[in-house]
Design a protein around this ligand. Structure first.
Ligand code: THU
Length: 159
């Protein structure tokens, strides 16, 4: 048996000054959106902002529920809203930021597995790479294609 190595590409910036303006703007919208989170159970406020192909920005935040599995992450809140309101526009970029105890986390907020799967399908639907910008106060990480967050992804229709 052969061991196959899979490479993913992650771009890393150690401060906001290293990040391009469009990504900074989206991170800032995600940060703002985190203040609308409804997270009384985790007290972990997450904000997401997505940019569509016509430049429209849609935001979302995590929305929790006493029946825990009924809650939804910020990323999927934003993506499902974008796709339901603008079904003909591709999602070009998504930024995510988390705030805990009133401060942005130092490390980037990494999307959960379910959100990655939804991002992948959004990317496929849009027909172009979906850039994901994960912002922490000390480090920002960017992938230019969702497949870098989900190698060996489930895809019912792949060959
Ligand atoms: N959460 C998100 O909104 N996005 C992520 O990428 C990870 C986790 C939410 C789910 C839950 O409301 C809280 O953060 C704690 O897990």
């Amino acid at each position: 048996m052969e061991c196959k190595k899979i490479t993913i590409n992650v771009f890393e910036a150690n401060g906001i000054e290293e990040v391009q303006q469009a990504d900074c703007a989206l991170l800032s919208r995600a940060h703002q959106a985190s203040s609308d989170a409804y997270a009384p159970f985790s007290r972990f406020n997450v904000g997401a902002a997505v940019r569509l192909s016509d430049g429209t920005v849609v935001t979302g935040s995590n929305q929790e529920n006493a029946a825990y599995p009924s809650g939804l992450c910020a990323e999927r809140t934003a993506l499902f809203y974008a796709q339901s309101q603008y079904p003909h526009l591709a999602v070009e970029a998504l930024a995510v930021v988390a705030v805990s105890e009133g401060r942005q986390t130092e490390l980037p907020a990494y999307p959960c597995g379910a959100c990655r799967q939804v991002m992948l399908e959004c990317q496929k639907r849009g027909g172009k790479p979906l850039r994901v910008i994960m912002g922490g106060s000390q480090k920002i990480q960017i992938v230019e294609n969702v497949i870098d967050l989900l190698p060996l992804a489930f895809d019912q229709f792949q060959e």
